[in-house]
Design a protein around this ligand. Structure first.
Ligand SMILES: Cc1ncc(COP(=O)(O)O)c(C=O)c1O
Length: 339
């Protein structure tokens, strides 16, 4: 195990032993290649640089009490990368190649998988981009797929403690018939104005409203939104939301635990009626929200009034994290192992 201050790790890049790479050229994917370099040599006319042909994924590896390294629902990340590739006409990565690259990069960096019980995990970042040269707007003929890893702590500094969010009305991360439901870099570029604006005001992340009418809650920074009331887990349905694998898992967990689930448009006017609200995602895990400020109207919504996360968010968090780290039996078949 490398010597890092595991329980204090930020969500940031740490250099590891190596990354893995594969190339699509002349109609076929290469074998994977292991690289110790943190750099890539890219053609100046690569479509990723000019026309945004780029997509990525975010997933994690967890070390259990038994010291085994676990992956959580990696196939879902592969499927979403397929959707992203198809959405912007990139060459999809075959499932077996994706799996082999994930397993290889984790196993070659296993001393960077944080110890069990530290709250940290190994973040895995698959990245697919058009590396072939084009000057006119068109899809590339060549693609590069890279997977790197970095050990990370909680995404929101508060960890599993109430965090503060601000509603932005002047930024959309994606358009209804655009790319909001796939994980392409352009959505994040479009979100940056909102991210920096709310950070300057002392908030952890922006809440985006639906791009068309600004009436409904979309999502929160790099996480989905959920609200809880009357023993019901409610999460927005919208064409501009990234389909979160964490949220999909929480929906299944909530049903398994006997809660009701609703996935439907959630009007902003409903916000004040929730007993608990939170953000969920691979990086955010389940982050309870204590305060939401509307930067347009100045209205402040308060939750977790006793300063603690609500009981249902806590139950869902403990069960999800327990399954991911192997402390709780996985009844869903979500976890697989890296040898
Ligand atoms: C915009 C956005 N929404 C939601 C999520 C959460 O998705 P997941 O749970 O699959 O990590 C992410 C992170 O990938 C994201 O970037």
């Amino acid at each position: 195990m490398v010597d890092l201050n595991w329980s204090q790790l930020p969500f940031a890049y740490v250099k590891t032993n190596c990354n893995v790479r594969a190339y699509y050229k002349n109609g076929e994917w290469s074998q994977l290649e292991v690289s110790e370099s943190e750099h890539i040599d890219v053609h100046i006319a690569a479509t990723a640089l000019h026309y945004g042909q780029q997509a990525f994924e975010g997933m994690k590896a967890y070390r259990g009490k038994d010291d085994k390294i676990r992956l959580f629902r990696w196939e879902e990340n592969w499927k979403r990368l397929q959707d992203s590739a198809n959405g912007i006409l990139m060459q999809p990565v075959p499932k077996e190649l994706f799996h082999e690259m994930i397993k290889t990069v984790v196993s070659k960096n296993k001393e960077f998988v944080p110890p069990h019980g530290t709250g940290a995990s190994l973040y895995i970042r698959p990245l697919l981009f058009g590396s072939g040269a084009k000057v006119g707007v068109s899809p590339a003929d060549e693609y590069t797929f890279i997977v790197f890893v970095t050990p990370v702590g909680p995404y929101f500094k508060a960890g599993f403690n109430p965090t503060k969010i601000a509603i932005v009305h002047d930024t959309d991360r994606a358009a209804p018939l655009g790319t909001g439901a796939i994980k392409v870099g352009g959505n994040y570029a479009a979100s940056l104005r909102g991210v920096i604006r709310v950070q300057k005001e002392g908030y952890g992340a922006p809440m985006y409203l639906d791009a068309k009418e600004k009436k409904y809650i979309d999502e929160i920074g790099a996480a989905n939104f959920f609200g809880i009331k009357d023993n019901t887990y409610i999460t927005p349905a919208s064409p501009t939301i990234l389909p979160s694998i964490t949220n999909k898992s929480i929906v299944e967990l909530a049903e398994h635990l006997g809660y009701k689930v609703e996935r439907r448009p959630v009007p902003l006017t409903e916000l004040e009626t929730f007993e608990e609200v939170g953000a969920c995602g691979t990086a955010a895990v389940i982050s309870p929200i204590g305060e939401i400020k509307d930067l347009d109207s100045g209205r402040v919504y308060q939750f977790c009034k006793d300063g603690k996360p609500g009981p249902i968010s806590t139950k869902l968090y403990e069960t999800l994290v327990g399954i991911q780290s192997g402390d709780i039996e996985d009844p869903f078949g979500w976890v697989s192992f890296v040898e």
